[in-house]
Design a protein around this ligand. Structure first.
Ligand SMILES: *Cc1c(COP(=O)(O)O)cnc(C)c1O
Length: 364
């Protein structure tokens, strides 16, 4: 049997007729940017997340970068971010001229709040929390810390649409929730897309102005903004997927439940969600000291896997200038050396998953 690590076509075929009808209607409407589909999607996604406002943007990276920019984070500021996050979280900081300060992850892949406290300095302006792999950061302590210290709190929710802490959706805890709608995400478009969730009309309006060159009315540019707009076709397609997001996340929870139940191999450590969290399982990420040997073994058995992420941001070429060598973040580096993402996608069949589980259990 051949099982790739991901298959997006199955997620499309699940709702093929709805997707095709929505795309066709958007094409025929004559409005392609900043029309009714965008406005409707923004209202629906905000309501889904339990926040008053959503503003659509062109990508998750733009969501993070503009969230920092619109709060004046820049030169001379430090932003604390977890070492094991996706590179975009770091680029959003450095693009604004600010300095990333890395905190170590905890046992559940989430930022370790005790390490955040250790990394605070007089220059700290913000904290970015990533709900990595659809796991959920327990938000109580970090919200309290940021409130006490007057820090901006940004949630990187690019992998966690619909995930909850204490019954409350991610993207509703911080000052800004940043989302990506890149095709592989839980709420994926059919191209690039992103957005933010915010709690005040004033801040929502700042994002709306900023994403469209900084234009308030047609004529006047009030800030030098950017071009970052979620187009009508993507918004229309996202509205279809959003309608089904709860059932899609339920399918992911069932797949994760079966992996957790049936993988039994002392060489493999399974992911463990923190208390009071309801993850949405963007990836199913195991750990294994012999990860590279396991990966080759699975490939020989026709099973595709992925590594999120093999080179942690602080060791990537672009960020060498920070001067953080190997050994500077042992917890982060250990994860980079041991994590493995199993085949995990909408439409993974019972038979395919059983095949993966048997192969894992037979690994010696
Ligand atoms: C995907 C992702 C992003 C960036 O989103 P894009 O839409 O690709 O720009 C940011 N952070 C995390 C954690 C992601 O997974």
């Amino acid at each position: 049997m051949k099982i790739p690590s991901n298959r997006l076509d199955r997620g499309f075929f699940r709702y093929q007729s709805e997707f095709e009808a929505a795309a066709l209607a958007a094409l025929r409407s004559g409005f392609y940017i900043m029309g009714n589909e965008l406005g409707s999607f923004e209202k629906e996604f905000a309501a889904y997340c339990g926040v008053p406002f959503c503003v659509g943007l062109a990508s998750g990276l733009d969501a993070l970068t503009s969230a920092l920019a619109l709060h004046g984070v820049g030169e001379g500021d430090e932003v604390i971010v977890q070492g094991n996050t996706f590179i975009a979280s770091i680029i959003s900081i450095t693009k604004n001229g600010a300095a990333p300060v890395f905190a170590e992850p905890d046992d559940g892949f989430c930022i370790d709040v005790d390490d955040v406290i250790k990394k605070l300095s007089a220059k700290t302006r913000a904290v970015i929390v990533t709900h990595l792999y659809g796991m959920v950061t327990p938000m109580d302590r970090i919200v309290e810390l940021c409130r006490d210290k007057g820090l901006l709190l940004i949630e990187d929710c690019a992998q966690a649409h619909g995930a909850e802490f204490a019954g409350q959706k991610v993207g509703s805890f911080g000052d800004v929730g940043c989302f990506s709608f890149y095709p592989i995400k839980n709420l994926g478009a059919f191209g690039d897309g992103g957005g933010v969730t915010v709690k005040s009309e004033e801040l929502a309006e700042k994002f709306r102005i900023y994403r469209n060159y900084g234009k308030r009315e047609k004529a006047d540019t009030v800030v030098p903004g950017i071009n970052s707009r979620l187009d009508e076709i993507q918004a229309a397609l996202l509205r279809v997927r959003l309608k089904h997001l709860d059932e899609l996340n339920a399918e992911r929870r069932a797949l994760a439940g079966r992996y957790s139940e049936e993988i039994k191999n002392p060489l493999i450590t399974l992911p463990r969600p923190a208390d009071n969290t309801d993850p949405v399982w963007h990836q199913y990420v195991i750990r294994c000291d012999e990860r590279d040997r396991l990966r080759v073994y699975l490939a020989e058995n026709g099973i595709g896997t992925d590594i999120h992420y093999p080179i942690p941001p602080h060791l990537s070429t672009a960020f060498r200038y920070l001067g953080l060598g190997k050994g500077s973040l042992p917890g982060t580096e250990r994860l980079a050396d041991t994590v493995l993402s199993l085949p995990f996608f909408i439409g993974l069949t019972e038979e395919e998953q059983g095949y993966v589980i048997n192969a894992l259990n037979a690994f010696k």
